[in-house]
Design a protein around this ligand. Structure first.
Ligand code: SF4
Length: 498
């Protein structure tokens, strides 16, 4: 089997130069966005727009794989969608096919390399295939070690490439349904898109941890995307979510569904953090609009943690919805205390801490005239390390805030995520070893309260046990071995690149 060179190799215009530095360290947990479109003459442009709408899910690399009905082509590069696909690149790709899948990627610092950009295009005994993955496979290292032991060669250090090797295994090809068989081997979180010359295949892990939805453009033309915001930008009509454990094939005969697990044999474990932070407020995921869920979390926070103050102000951008809910419930006026630059990246998904700090400084400015002399209720969506929150609180103080009462619209994050969101290690999570009072002290603010776990889960409509909230509770819906799952891949990467 060979991994095909991307169009990026053929049309290199410099957007992939970062990868040439060859730096690779730390873990490979990722949080990504998927977009696929079948049977549309403007497939490539639609894919470009869809990836733009999903840019918040990953800013390190982007890629589009295209089918002309017989052959697959792929272009990947480092950077934002607009960097990887400037008009001079997008234009020649536009006429290449009516079916495409695309990917935006976020990883931790270690794996921000072109080799890990997706879609991954490969050629094996059954022909060409491209894959795009959102989530994290917790058994990827074990599988990879096993396959390397049989002489398999891998191009990157991501957990997604193993899927193609599994598909290419002769004993798997001999199964009645090789795709279902292979998906049954995977453990962890995966929303997947596969592109083959004549079809797209979409699949979602049995717990439905990451979102994936289906929309329709016109008769015979379908979209599959991580979030509904990518349907909206293309004026597509939402049909339904891909169900947990489901495989949906889209070809010239329409949609075809089958299950590799279930249906309804596994209790869902939708990632609650998608609702808190990651998904776009305009999107509907897990059956609920994200903005409305965040507003309700703000209302619930006001019920649980009232305080006498002059104004409610959000830390932009994610806490805006929750702050609106808090203000509405509490009756305290809402005011904008920060301005935000739209030209700086999201700090949480910047891979390096110094870069992240700089990104915060470049991104946020306090409106002194609003906060000076005021007792503030500041709303945050979540606190991870606490370092950037401390910086924001300090900025409010320097601007003359009289009191700062921080209210967080989620519980304390005490445990790492193994299913595709890059929280740091336990030790780096500020709430892991500190009490709320100790965190308040560290942040140098007047009071601090978090939303309770039960309160958070009361804001979503599915049963509480249908969500993963392991980063708050430590109750992982799929058993993980931290020593192996979280850090072994890091050691593996060091072995490869040190
Ligand atoms: S551990 Fe947290 S971030 Fe990870 S899937 Fe569960 S809820 Fe989401």
């Amino acid at each position: 089997m060979k991994i095909a060179p991307s169009i990026g190799d053929l049309l290199a215009d410099g957007c992939d130069s970062i990868s040439q530095q060859g730096c690779c360290r730390n873990d490979a947990k990722e949080k990504c966005g998927l977009f696929g479109i079948f049977g549309h003459p403007g497939a490539v442009e639609k894919c470009y727009f869809g990836l733009h709408a999903l840019q918040h899910r990953g800013q390190e690399s982007a890629g589009i794989a295209i089918s002309d009905g017989q052959t697959l082509f792929c272009r990947t590069g480092m950077g934002l969608v607009g960097d990887v696909f400037p008009s001079k690149v997008l234009r020649p790709l536009s006429g290449m096919g009516q079916t495409a899948i695309g990917h935006v990627r976020y990883s931790t610092s270690g794996s921000s390399r072109l080799e890990n950009a997706q879609p991954i295009l490969a050629e094996y005994s059954q022909g060409q295939i491209a894959v795009a993955h959102n989530g994290n496979l917790i058994n990827a290292l074990l599988l990879r070690d096993e396959y390397e032991g049989h002489g398999h060669i891998f191009q990157g250090t991501n957990d997604s490439e193993i899927i193609i090797h599994l598909l290419a295994k002769p004993t798997h090809i001999a199964k009645p349904d090789p795709m279902a068989h292979v998906l049954g081997h995977l453990q962890g979180a995966f929303s997947l898109l596969f592109l083959l010359p004549d079809r797209i295949v979409a699949a979602r892990d049995a717990h439905g941890i990451r979102p994936l939805c289906i929309g329709q453009m016109a008769k015979g033309s379908y979209i599959v995307a991580s979030e509904t915001c990518a349907l909206d930008i293309n004026d597509a009509e939402f049909i339904r979510e891909v169900a947990p454990g489901e495989i949906v094939t889209i070809d010239k005969n329409g949609l075809h569904s089958r299950f590799f697990d279930g249906p309804n044999t596994t209790v869902p474990a939708h990632c609650i953090f998608e609702q808190i932070y990651f998904a776009d407020p305009s999107s509907t995921i897990f059956g609920q609009n994200v903005h409305q869920v965040r507003c309700e979390m703000g209302r619930q926070l006001a019920r649980e943690a009232p305080v006498d103050a002059d104004i409610v102000t959000p830390v932009p951008n994610c806490a805006r919805c929750a702050a609106g809910g808090y203000a509405e419930q509490s009756g305290v006026s809402y005011a904008r205390g920060f301005t935000v630059s739209h030209y700086a990246g999201r700090s949480f998904i910047e891979p390096e801490q110094p870069t992240r700090d700089l990104a915060v400084k470049m991104k946020l400015n306090v409106i002194k005239e609003v906060v000076r002399g005021k007792r503030l209720i500041v709303i945050e969506d979540s606190i991870v390390r606490g370092t950037t929150t401390r910086g924001k609180m300090g900025a409010l103080k320097r601007a003359g805030a009289k009191e700062i009462h921080l209210r967080v619209a989620s519980p304390p994050i005490r445990f790492p995520c193994f299913y595709g969101i890059d929280f740091p290690s336990r030790e780096e999570l500020i709430a892991n070893k500190r009490t709320v009072e100790e965190i308040r002290d560290y942040l140098e603010i007047d009071s601090l309260q978090y939303l309770s776990l039960d309160g958070m889960l009361s804001c979503v409509k599915n049963p509480p046990d249908h969500y993963c909230s392991a980063c708050f509770s430590g109750k992982y819906p799929i058993p993980v071995d931290e020593a192996v799952s979280k850090y072994a891949f890091e050691r593996y990467q060091k072995r490869l690149f040190e």
